[in-house]
Design a protein. Structure first.
Length: 82
């Protein structure tokens, strides 16, 4: 299921940025396997686009991923690396 969450996040991020080919998502799993953290790295000029005004876009992306994770009993976190 974590791979499905990763694919969902990848699809969302790539559809929001100018340089989708530069999107990299690293996954870090908690030892108890209940929490998965995704670290998103992208082109420097795309960071602002993904974050959006007052963080609204990244917050919406986080909400979608957390909701999908919650449906299968996981907790997901999404961080943007600059």
């Amino acid at each position: 299921m974590r791979e499905t969450l990763r694919q969902l996040l990848e699809h969302l991020v790539e559809s929001l940025v100018e340089h989708p080919e530069q999107v990299r998502i690293r996954e870090e799993a908690d030892p108890d396997e209940k929490v998965v953290r995704f670290r998103v790295r992208l082109a420097p000029e795309d960071v602002g686009q993904l974050i959006g005004r007052q963080g609204r876009i990244i917050q919406a992306v986080r909400t979608v991923v957390r909701s999908a994770a919650g449906r299968v009993g996981l907790r997901a976190e999404v961080d943007v690396e600059e």
